[in-house]
Design a protein around this ligand. Structure first.
Ligand code: ITT
Length: 206
């Protein structure tokens, strides 16, 4: 079987492939459907944006589609970058630009004071997943989170996005130091996926 995920983020594609491979599902992404129009992510919440991406792409293709809207909410920054996580350092910003911007925003808050402490703020990753079926107009949405710290000492070559800066104190590692299997067990995306699966298998959905 095939599962279409409305994403252009290679890191997400890798995680969904890893999650769905045991079910015998092949993941297709927007890299396989390059001619679809871009979705304007102007929702106020992760869930709104996830549903908008799933709906738009599913209606264009005529198949059920899964979409992921996610981001990093940093407490010292009052929840920023939040829904703007992908374009924190600007419209065409890459992961490393966004990571530098995050560290500089947090360093600025310290006002030159050097505490020697690498853990700069508590933070959480949030992931909203939305599954939309254009044939029935049915939707299912699930959200997952994971708590951690933003560290000024990036580590790890795995994952994507802000993972090298996201320190998990229970593990003594950043998210980027985990394998795909380990990340899926504790991440916001893994949690959202488990909740979505539960909702799918329960008769009342949500
Ligand atoms: P699509 O909309 O095409 O799926 P995107 O990268 O634009 O791709 P989002 O709008 O959902 O996706 O933005 C999510 C951003 O939040 C992403 O670019 C990362 O910077 C960050 N992010 C989300 N999940 C993450 C994770 O598991 N690890 C690290 N950073 C993550």
């Amino acid at each position: 079987g095939i599962l279409i995920v409305a994403t252009k983020n290679q890191g997400k594609v890798r995680e969904f492939q890893h999650a769905f491979a045991p079910l015998g599902l092949t993941v297709k992404s927007m890299f396989d459907y390059p001619d679809l129009p871009d979705v304007v992510e102007d929702g106020a919440t992760f869930a709104e944006n996830a549903l908008k991406k799933a709906r738009t792409v599913a209606n264009a293709l005529g198949f059920p589609v899964l979409a992921d809207d996610s981001g990093l909410c940093v407490d010292a920054l009052e929840g920023r970058p939040g829904v703007y996580s992908a374009r924190y350092a600007g419209e065409d910003a890459g992961d490393s630009d966004n990571n530098l911007k995050l560290l500089s925003e947090l360093e600025e808050l310290k006002q030159g004071e050097d505490t020697g402490q690498p853990l700069l703020s508590t933070a959480r990753f949030v992931c909203a997943l939305s599954l939309y079926d254009p044939a029935t107009d049915h939707e299912l949405t699930a959200e997952g989170t994971v708590e951690g710290w933003i560290t000024s000492e990036p580590a790890g070559g795995g994952g994507f996005g802000y993972d090298p800066l996201f320190y998990l104190s229970d593990y003594g590692k950043t998210m980027a130091e985990l394998t795909l299997t380990e990340k899926q067990l504790i991440s916001h995306r893994g949690a959202a996926l488990r909740l979505l699966t539960e909702k799918l298998s329960s008769r009342n959905g949500q």
